[in-house]
Design a protein around this ligand. Structure first.
Ligand SMILES: [Zn+2]
Length: 344
């Protein structure tokens, strides 16, 4: 029978061809030649209609078996060739594990962030809780309830950024967080409020946006001695055990009595220099006993409770600690400057 001979010839031809194939591309070509839509085995099925009916079954089975046979052979070849190609590829691309790796420069916190975290940690270790408040603040919380009435010069003194929405300002200090904390929680209370504040100011020591940290303690029998003790621990933690500290009487609307705190100049050690304007002292923070008017505004019993508050500028501490001459360097985003503080 012609068709049987055709199949045998085809088998022989391709057994021979397969002996010489070298890669997957050649294998794919053979696969198409045999089993593709117009492939030689596929075409055999078309010849079936010329086969007499009594032989159809036998011939059909024969074609099917040759088809299955080649499918198996091709699959086996494909497996072997894939392995061979992978092996060759691996041999060629040897990895030299002694070469140094690509350098990725690690980041570092901004000096202001680092100082803020450092200071927060000192107070948290003494039992203070961290409080946060919004930067767009109610005028009432930023001024009125802090004993700063409408006609008070402090409102101009602070050169406030007023915003379009009536009754709101960009907070000029972190003190409104004190109000929020006292409205939320009854005494005893020990909180710090770190965050951004805004004033219309720009020169080597002032920026329109800067960071403050505010502290507030309210309880029975809190005195100025407690305030002095807490601030002493804090300042010695930042500037060293023997740093000279002095309290000067001052005025803030929300504290009475009020004081400003100086430390001995860290640059000249008290001898007098340009940084301390030859006084030997550096102004570092403001503080005082909470004014009873503030307690009344938030509904705290002034007969029963007393408290103290303090506030300081983070940038100023950062500048003094690392002797940075211009506040604007902190916000220039110059990597040569920022990376000097890596690991502080
Ligand atoms: Zn000095």
């Amino acid at each position: 029978m012609q068709i049987k001979e055709n199949i045998e010839a085809l088998e022989k031809e391709y057994q021979e061809k397969l002996k010489n194939i070298k890669d997957l591309k050649q294998l794919q070509d053979i696969k198409t030649e045999l089993l593709g839509k117009k492939g030689k085995i596929t075409s055999l099925f078309k010849l079936l209609k010329e086969v007499p009916p009594e032989k159809k079954k036998e011939v059909g089975a024969l074609i099917n078996s040759v088809k299955a046979k080649f499918e198996d052979i091709l699959k086996e070849f494909e497996k072997q060739l894939t392995e061979k190609e992978l092996e060759e590829k691996l041999k060629k691309s040897k990895i030299d594990i002694t070469l140094p790796g690509a350098w990725v420069s690690p980041g570092a916190p901004h000096p202001v962030t680092a100082t803020l975290r450092y200071i927060s940690d000192i107070f948290v270790s003494m039992g203070f809780k961290i409080e946060e408040g919004p930067e767009v603040e109610l005028e009432e919380y930023n001024f009125d309830m802090l004993n700063i009435p409408k006609d008070h010069p402090a409102r101009e003194m602070q050169d406030t950024f007023f915003i379009n929405k009536k009754g709101y300002v960009l907070r000029t200090h972190t003190s409104p967080v004190q109000i929020r904390a006292m409205l939320k929680q009854k005494p005893p209370l020990a909180v710090i409020a770190p965050g951004k504040v805004y004033r219309k100011d720009l020169d080597p020591t002032h920026s329109p946006m800067f960071h403050q940290i505010e502290g507030l303690v309210v309880d029975e029998n809190i005195t100025f001695r407690d305030l002095k003790g807490i601030l002493k621990i804090f300042l010695e933690s930042v500037f060293g055990k023997n740093i000279p500290i002095r309290f000067r009487p001052s005025y803030f609307p929300f504290t009475e009595p009020s004081a400003e705190v100086d430390i001995g100049c860290t640059v000249c050690k008290g001898k007098g220099c340009r940084v301390c304007k030859n006084t030997g002292w550096l102004e570092i923070l403001g503080c005082g006993m909470v004014d009873p008017n503030v307690f009344e505004a938030v509904g705290i019993d002034t007969e029963k409770y007393t408290g103290f508050a303090f506030g300081l500028g983070i940038e100023r501490i950062t500048m003094l600690k690392y002797q940075i001459p211009d506040i604007r360097l902190l916000f220039s985003n110059d990597m040569r400057f920022n990376l000097q503080f890596k690991g502080i």
